[in-house]
Design a protein around this ligand. Structure first.
Ligand code: EPU
Length: 424
């Protein structure tokens, strides 16, 4: 196993380019199950989750080849329709094959995803939405077994106790595009990654109105054709570098990102006292006096993203004063708190909130990464902590950040990947 060794670093400085969005490319790969034609996907980040999805696609009869950041998909005609536990267990986004398999092949067997370190993650809304389109869905021996000779359009509602569902909207949308007649999806997720999927589907010949709004109107078509699509930039990777730049008091330009995707995070940075400049394809942070406390509440898009909560908490650990971070998407997503405490942070967990008392300095220590975004938070904390911080179990980071240590090193960070002989 590997770890990242992070030393206290000078203020980060320079420019970093973001990769394509992980959470856009995963459902887009699943959507290629909807056509018998090849597709080309550009700007696909080289991540462990993307390789896992490529393996799953192959098991389902779609060969995916990578050349640089371009993926080419080609149906092989050897069509399986089962997403096994071994794959779904390692990557929950595998659930996005459920809708397209059902719509294209009339059946799908997908392992029921279990819990994960960010808390319970049910799929009841996915199931409710697909049932509304006429699918027969049973849960048998740990698998979701879905069947439908022909899906039919319907009016359906995808809201839940924590807002809408991103992958649930993806699943229902991918099923609806081949269903007979009109589907109206109310309370659809509006995240840019869902918009990107919808645009990909439209390029394949799908008829979707209301893209980007919570009300999607889909007119089913008989078949979809192959296409070429460039994946949107990763707003969470961008926000992670902005938080790292701000925490170190550096001047960092994140290039290749549409600033409109990051409004809530940019607003939070300004409240923290960071100077933020935005251009057509970049966001730049630079220091503007000391870091101040703020209140962060995670919400569905365009609210503050839960996938940046941990990274901003690391930043608030060194912002003088008392900040409150409230999780409204995953109320249990606080595993990083205990690790940040090891770095001398002062944080009090209170239900779905964490009260962060900014300290003048953190102190490096060995810490354990528990999930993708928590790992990024520990790296940010490591950059400002005195001495050395070993972030263990770096495979979590590799799921969603492309060469993060290279990109950080290019900004002046003192960070390197090492074998971890002590890893369990
Ligand atoms: N929910 C339900 N029932 C459902 C589905 C969701 O109650 O059937 C709840 C969830 O438990 C949660 C909320 O609704 O409280 C939102 O969950 P959502 O379904 O939107 O999450 P997801 O689709 O499983 C995606 C991202 C996550 C990101 C969330 C929220 C992908 C592949 N994953 O997950 O990304 O945190 O949306 O924005 O798109 C990450 O990249 O690190 C990551 C975890």
């Amino acid at each position: 196993m590997e770890k990242l060794v992070v030393w206290q670093s000078p203020p980060l400085s320079g420019e970093v380019r973001v990769s394509g969005a992980k959470n856009a490319v995963l459902p887009i790969l699943a959507a290629t199950l909807l056509t018998d034609d090849p597709c080309t996907i550009e700007d696909a980040p080289d991540l462990r989750d993307v390789s896992t999805m490529m393996d799953l696609m192959e098991a389902l009869g779609v060969k995916v080849e990578r050349s640089g950041s371009t993926l080419r998909t080609r149906p092989t005609g050897q069509a399986g329709s089962e997403a096994p536990y071994d794959i779904v267990r390692t990557m929950r986004a595998s659930i996005t094959v459920l809708g397209p398999l059902l719509a294209k092949r009339g059946e799908a067997t997908v392992s029921f995803p279990g819990g994960c370190t960010i808390g319970p993650r049910p799929v009841d809304i996915h199931i409710r939405g697909l049932r509304a389109l006429g699918a027969d869905i049973q849960v048998e021996e740990g698998y979701i077994v879905a069947r439908s000779p022909k899906l039919r359009g319907n009016r359906l509602f995808l809201g839940g106790p924590f807002g809408s569902t991103v992958t649930g909207t993806a699943n229902v949308l991918m099923a609806a595009v081949l269903a007979e007649g009109r589907t109206i999806i109310e309370s659809a997720a509006c995240e840019p990654e869902v918009v990107d999927l919808a645009r990909f589907l439209v390029r394949m010949g799908a008829r979707i109105r209301g893209v980007g709004s919570p009300r999607l109107e889909v007119e089913g078509v008989a078949r979809l054709h192959g296409t070429t699509h460039r994946v949107i930039p990763d707003r969470i990777e961008a926000g992670t570098f902005l938080a790292a730049g701000a925490a170190t008091g550096g001047e960092v330009t994140v290039r290749g990102i549409a600033p409109g995707m990051l409004t809530a995070a940019v607003e939070a940075l300004r409240e923290i006292g960071v100077k933020v400049e935005e251009g057509a394809d970049y966001v730049r942070v630079s220091p503007n006096g000391g870091l101040r406390p703020t209140q962060v509440v995670t919400l569905p898009y365009p609210g503050f993203p839960t996938d940046l909560q941990a990274q901003f908490m690391a930043l608030l650990c060194v912002s003088q004063g008392i900040s409150v971070v409230t999780e409204k998407i995953y109320p249990e997503r606080f595993v990083h708190v205990a690790e940040l405490l090891r770095l001398r942070a002062q944080i009090l967990r209170e239900g779905p909130s964490a009260i962060v008392v900014g300290v003048p300095w953190l102190s490096g220590a060995p810490v354990m990464a528990s999930d993708l975004r928590a790992s990024a938070a520990l790296v940010i904390a490591g950059l400002v902590a005195r001495g050395r911080t070993d972030v263990k179990r770096v495979y979590h980071l590799d799921r969603g950040y492309e060469r993060i240590e290279d990109k950080l090193r290019a900004l002046g960070a003192r960070i390197e990947r090492q074998d971890d002989p002590e890893a369990p």
